[in-house]
Design a protein around this ligand. Structure first.
Ligand code: PLP
Length: 430
């Protein structure tokens, strides 16, 4: 048994999955910036959701949170399916061993070739996000001479989640989902497909970072009303998909209910509504992986300035917004801690607020202010970086995508190396 999670040992060193982080970097033979993940903790999270669902539902991991194959494989091995939002993700899910009947596919603008791939693979359902898209999926099913191709309708429940505007999806102005008033037209389009399509589900996803189950249940109640209307029109559904969005704390003062609580609340909502015969699907991304990955970064140098008599203090590090864009994109806060904090700090060492910033030429390449020792430590861990970190990374400023180290049982089990800078330059110049 490994001692899972991110823990500071008695000697002051930060450990992931029981092993000191610096030793893991060395064992993997990679340098910073580097993501390091605890596969055992990810597996335990998946297991907890699968257990909460029992045999009455499927947990479909929203693979956009982190599409690294070692992570997807571990989650699939625990009995999860995959929620994909592109043809590329669908191919990764299949390559990692996901069963087609455990894959659902959402997205507002799927191309014909992506729809064709989903239809010919026979996934659990394509979740249509507009009436126009239902017509397009029907046309593709006919072109492929398919009958009864499984389709779901993603409904926009008009619920305002208390979250950052860029990650809220369930309100009226969002591009996501079919407005409740438009559902009858979508049903007409399915009927008009004369057997090419078969409606199997209704889904919703209100957005990310829900810290309580209230908005989740509120959206599901709206969805339940729509489900009843759909059933009243003679459609037989297989499942209801309540979406993802389970939050995780990123700050000391933040609290989030644990993931299984969302499952329990959703299941109870369906049962009380008389929908006990329908399976429950959930689509968590962040909750399965965020807390189980860190981004390690080295301090390149401090910078102190004294402009107009105002003293400022930056810690300039080798990870930037191209590696982890959440602070720049959503004003997200990630705790940053020293990897090696000697139990007895050196004489004269104090803790001061440092503004931690990366090398990218953008003012928004800024990880915010953090209490860290002065003199500064050389190696830092950016916490809760397992979700929407590497999967949103770019090569902006001709910087390679960071290395990734996957740990299980306290040992490195797999490594994805950063692209060599020579190879990256060759790409850009040929
Ligand atoms: C992004 C997304 C999710 C996962 O959201 P998390 O906040 O990571 O749980 C689930 N379903 C859909 C349709 C999504 O787009």
């Amino acid at each position: 048994m490994s001692s899972g999670g991110l823990i500071r040992g008695d000697d002051g060193t930060l450990r992931l999955c029981g092993a000191p982080l610096e030793a893991l970097l060395q064992a993997a033979g990679v340098d910073t910036p580097a993501y390091v993940y605890d596969l055992d903790a990810i597996a335990a999270s998946a297991r907890a959701l699968v257990a909460a669902l029992g045999d009455r539902g499927v947990c479909c991991y929203a693979i956009k949170a982190n599409d690294a194959a070692p992570i997807a494989r571990v989650i699939i091995r625990e009995g999860c399916g995959i929620d994909v939002v592109s043809g590329g993700e669908l191919r990764v899910a299949l390559a990692c061993g996901a069963k087609p009947d455990q894959i659902v596919y959402s997205g507002v603008a799927k191309r014909d070739d992506e729809i064709d791939l989903a239809l010919s693979t026979g996934i659990r359902a394509i979740h249509a996000e507009s009436v126009e898209e239902v017509d397009r999926i029907a046309a593709r099913a006919r072109a492929l001479r398919l009958r009864d191709a499984s389709i779901g309708l993603r409904v926009n429940p008009s619920v305002e989640a208390d979250t950052h505007a860029h990650i809220a999806t369930g309100h009226d102005e969002a591009k996501f989902g079919i407005a409740r008033d438009d559902v009858p037209r979508a049903l007409d389009a399915i009927r008009a497909s004369s057997g090419a399509l078969r409606l199997v589900s209704m889904s919703s996803h209100v957005g990310s970072m829900l810290m309580t189950t209230d908005p989740y249940v509120e959206a599901l109640r709206v969805l339940v009303e729509v489900v009843r209307e759909v059933q009243a029109r003679g459609f037989t559904l297989r499942y209801v998909d309540a979406g993802g969005g389970f939050g995780v704390p990123y700050r000391d003062d933040q609290q989030a209910v644990p993931g299984p609580a969302f499952v329990t609340a959703a299941r109870r909502t369906l049962d009380e509504a008389g929908l006990a015969d329908l399976a429950l699907l959930i689509e968590p991304g962040r909750w399965l992986v965020a807390a189980h990955g860190v981004l390690l970064t080295r301090v390149i140098q401090p910078k102190r300035s004294n402009a107009g008599g105002v003293a400022r203090r930056w810690l300039l590090v080798d990870a930037g917004m191209n590696d982890l864009i959440r602070p720049a994109l959503y004003q997200a806060h990630h705790r940053i801690v020293p990897v090696d904090a000697p139990a007895s700090a050196p004489a004269g060492s104090v803790v001061v607020p440092w503004r931690v910033a990366g090398p990218v030429c953008e003012s928004s390449d800024d990880f915010g202010e953090h209490p860290l020792p002065d003199p500064p430590p050389s190696l830092l861990a950016i916490r809760e970086a397992g979700a929407y970190g590497r999967s949103m990374a770019s090569t902006y400023n001709t910087r390679p995508i960071a290395a990734e180290v996957f740990v299980s049982g306290g040992a490195v089990v797999s490594v994805r190396r950063a692209r060599a800078i020579d190879a990256l330059v060759a790409d850009e110049t040929t």
